[in-house]
Design a protein around this ligand. Structure first.
Ligand code: SAH
Ligand code: SF4
Ligand code: F3S
Length: 477
């Protein structure tokens, strides 16, 4: 058994480095002899925050824990291991996590053998580990996004050697293949196509917490998609912080449009992808989405701001005009497409006029859905170092106004569905009423509908009766 290295603390300076070296690829996963079966008769619980990349990482954590003999529990009480997979994207995300770690303290005082572990993007932030170690004695394991594959050794050290383990590498990262996976969905699956991000938008922590852009090979992705199809999966979502940059780091001859087309040909009924950056969104991509029925007519296209100067300061590499051009191209070429977006209000020194430019784009695009945020300064990022003249009250008012605007258009869009028949992939029944089912349309609209004898994972035709701001109501036909 390898002795756990001395504590390794996050280092944003090291995390910022990008070399032209190819990313190491590691194909094998081996559980050390000593760690085998350390989970026999033991249970684990995983709590996940943040984006789909984290959801998918939690499936890997679960896969490794299963391989060690642990059993998954859906509740945090009476388990032996709790892992909290954290997100650092905004301050309120990190506050929630600290609240949860605080709540779990009582389990630790009931059972001192309980292992509470913290991993994910917050672990990669400077200062976080010291804070956890000093204020949260219940946390006995802290590891980063590049250390997941070492979970067996780390757990062994905590459980059998009584150590408090901290292992965080701040580096560009590798591509790990063949790590075990316990998929949480039975008919919808996440498929990583790339890791990390090289865009370094000035407000964003992700390039520091996740390392450089590393694409998986086409063969490996397509093998995974074929396997998912054989296992009966109905929907896959291809994941990357910026899927349209797929492949550029490994081979100039491959790109996302080719990958998407090859996935479509495998014939899984529904394919989605996220996120596509407006920069380098190619015409070929639009053509593939339009051409294949199983590539869903839905594009999440983060705008962030409708003002070109703010976009420049954000380092987004597009202007309001080029965004609009792309937006209209997508709308014209993909029949019935729906488009959602992300917006940040209150970027440092955003003036009223600059904010109005965002409102104008929202009024023009009439997005189907929007995720709207107040700028949150992430320590270590360039935007966090900017002096900011705008107070929080102004930012909150802008957010409320923006939400009012997009909500009205979302309602208008959803009202247009009334009377239409849509195809829904059923997720399950509503928590409140088991005669009400829910699922999503191809355009990613949430539908709640009544019906009889319907199973999750089925495709059902639903007649829409009412369009609401965030969902559609209907009945199965
Ligand atoms: N890779 C994706 C974004 C992932 S983060 C992309 O570039 O489109 C998801 C969203 O969180 C971002 O689109 C942005 O709107 C928001 N976000 C990221 N950093 C933020 C910050 N520091 N403050 C507020 N919102 C932020
Ligand atoms: Fe963050 Fe920009 Fe990368 Fe998206 S593209 S993850 S916003 S740095
Ligand atoms: Fe959060 Fe990390 Fe994703 S910061 S949004 S979990 S990449």
């Amino acid at each position: 058994m390898k002795i756990r290295p001395e504590w390794m603390l996050p280092d944003l300076e090291a995390a910022r480095k990008r070399t032209k070296l190819p990313s190491p690829r590691i194909d094998s996963f081996i559980i050390p002899e000593e760690a085998k079966w350390i989970g026999r008769n033991k249970k684990y619980y995983i709590s996940t925050y943040g984006c789909q990349a984290n959801e998918r990482d939690s499936e890997t954590l679960a896969g490794i824990l299963d391989a060690l003999g642990f059993e998954r529990s859906m509740e945090p009480d009476h388990v032996d291991v709790i892992l909290i997979n954290t997100c650092a994207i905004r301050q309120n995300a990190t506050d929630k996590v600290l609240g949860e770690i605080g709540n779990f303290k009582r389990f630790y005082y009931e059972n001192k053998n309980l292992v509470i572990g913290v991993c994910g993007c917050m672990s990669q932030e400077e200062g976080f580990v010291e804070n956890l170690l000093s204020k949260y004695p219940q946390v006995r394991l802290i590891f980063g996004t590049h250390n997941i594959q070492n979970l067996p050794e780390m757990l062994y050290s905590v459980i059998h050697e009584g150590k408090r383990v901290v292992e965080i590498y701040s580096k560009e990262g590798e591509v790990y293949e063949n790590l075990p996976v316990h998929r949480f969905g039975k008919f919808k699956a996440w498929v990583n196509i790339m890791y990390g991000c090289d865009k370094f938008c000035t407000y964003c922590i992700v390039p520091y917490t996740r390392g450089k852009q590393r694409s998986r090979t086409m063969e490996q992705i397509l093998d995974e998609v074929r396997e998912l199809k054989e296992q009966g999966y109905k929907e896959i979502t291809l994941l990357g912080q910026n899927v349209n940059a797929y492949g550029k780091d490994i081979d100039p001859n491959i790109n996302f449009a080719t990958l998407l087309e090859e996935c479509a040909k495998i014939g899984i009924p529904r394919i989605r992808f996220t996120t596509s950056h407006p920069w380098d969104f190619s015409d070929d991509m639009i053509d593939v989405i339009a051409k294949y029925d199983n590539v869903m007519p839905f594009v999440h296209l983060p705008l962030q701001s409708g003002d070109s100067e703010i976009l420049r300061m954000m380092g987004r590499r597009y202007t309001r005009e080029s965004y609009m051009e792309l937006f209209y191209k997508i709308k014209e070429r993909i029949p019935n497409v729906s488009v959602s977006t992300d917006i940040i209000v209150g970027f440092p020194n955003e003036t009223d006029d600059q904010f109005e430019n965002t409102i104008k784009v929202m009024e023009e695009c009439k997005f189907d859905n929007a995720f709207t945020f107040i700028f949150s300064a992430r320590p270590g990022t360039p935007a966090a170092r900017m002096k900011d003249s705008i107070d929080m009250e102004t930012k909150s008012k802008r957010l409320a106004r923006l939400n009012k605007v997009w909500n009205a258009y979302a309602l208008e869009k959803n009202k247009a569905y009334e009377g239409r028949i849509v195809e829904v992939l059923v997720d399950g029944t509503s928590k409140k009423d088991d005669h009400v089912y829910s699922g999503y349309t191809d355009t990613n609209k949430l539908v709640n509908f009544t019906g009889e004898n319907i199973e999750p994972g089925q495709f059902v035709k639903v007649r829409i009766k009412t369009g609401k701001t965030f969902s559609l109501d209907g009945e199965a036909i």
